[in-house]
Design a protein around this ligand. Structure first.
Ligand SMILES: Cc1cc2nc3c(=O)[nH]c(=O)nc-3n(C[C@H](O)[C@H](O)[C@H](O)COP(=O)(O)O)c2cc1C
Length: 278
């Protein structure tokens, strides 16, 4: 009689039983192997150190969802990514054409996925499209860069840079539709108001910057990686950033100017940058 109402269940009864048992066993095994991999939190450690931890003591650990790619696809994706990365160039001539701000937000969201020391995420990104603000930033940079080129950098540095044909005039800072300013947070604040240590903040932010620059390239835009020497404090104060933040990079972002040129630089071959030990 049951089979009349559930013919499928009856026909595949044993298959369903096997599937349920397999599922239960798989779950049991997974939990066991997970416990084996992830050691338990050392309660004593928390008692000894009276500090509030940066991450919750009872932080949940969840299964990592992973889809393994066939080797052929892996290689093809790695090569495809190389082509995208290799096409990136530092642009010094920008078009004023507007870029949708959603694109910029997504690019920064990608940068914010970077790994960071003890998951402290020690970065802040400031996006400027306001023309007055861009002019003020340009004025700070040009003023400092003129001193850099004339005095601070010295002969060797300016000679090394001269083939790139750069100087202290930074037109792109007012032409590019966006300026992204990346700040590193040298420390943070715990919920109890105390200082939170930002381990490896320099390295963490540098990794985020690498992702940011690559995301700009992947989105079909261009940028100029710049670290304006001696401009940090003035720009930080102009943008009203807190004292724990230091300017790391200033990136104009947009489309290249129609007649843009780039220096004909060659990159080191793989054989020169890679040592393989098998
Ligand atoms: C940390 C850093 C700082 C840089 N600062 C400047 C800069 O102030 N002005 C500039 O025109 N280019 C700057 N560049 C860009 C380099 O000159 C450029 O990356 C290099 O010439 C290689 O060219 P490519 O980026 O087109 O491969 C900087 C690059 C890096 C990584």
């Amino acid at each position: 009689m049951f089979s009349e109402y559930a013919p499928f269940t009856t026909k595949y009864f044993y298959h369903i039983v096997i599937a349920v048992i397999s599922f239960v066993l798989f779950n049991k095994f997974f939990n066991w192997s997970y416990r084996r991999i992830a050691p338990k939190v050392d309660e004593k450690l928390f008692e000894d150190v009276q500090e509030e931890p940066a991450l919750p003591k009872d932080l949940k650990h969840i299964p990592y969802r992973y889809i393994r790619l066939p080797e052929k696809e892996m290689l093809s994706r790695a090569s495809e990514f190389y082509q995208i990365a290799a096409a990136r160039r530092t642009l010094r001539y920008f078009s004023a054409n507007p870029v949708p701000k959603e694109v910029i937000r997504e690019i920064i969201r990608a940068a914010g996925t970077a790994p960071s020391g003890a998951h402290t995420e020690p970065w802040s990104f400031v996006v400027v499209s306001n023309q007055t603000m861009k002019s003020k930033i340009r004025s700070i940079v040009e003023q400092e860069e003129e001193i850099n080129y004339r005095k601070r950098m010295g002969v060797k540095w300016t000679v090394d840079l001269s083939p790139l044909r750069t100087n202290w005039i930074k037109e792109y800072l007012t032409i590019a539709p966006y300026l992204i300013l990346v700040f590193k947070q040298t420390y943070g604040t715990l919920p109890n108001g105390k200082k939170k240590i930002h381990y490896y903040h320099e390295m963490s932010v540098s990794i985020a910057c690498g992702i940011l620059i690559t995301a700009i390239q992947y989105a079909g835009l261009v940028t100029l990686t710049s670290t304006p020497l001696n401009c940090g404090p003035a720009i930080r104060s102009l943008l009203g950033r807190p004292a724990n933040e230091k300017l790391v990079l200033l990136l104009p972002v947009g489309y290249p100017a129609k007649d843009a040129t780039v220096p004909d630089l060659q990159r080191k071959p793989l054989s020169e940058i890679l040592t393989e030990i098998y």
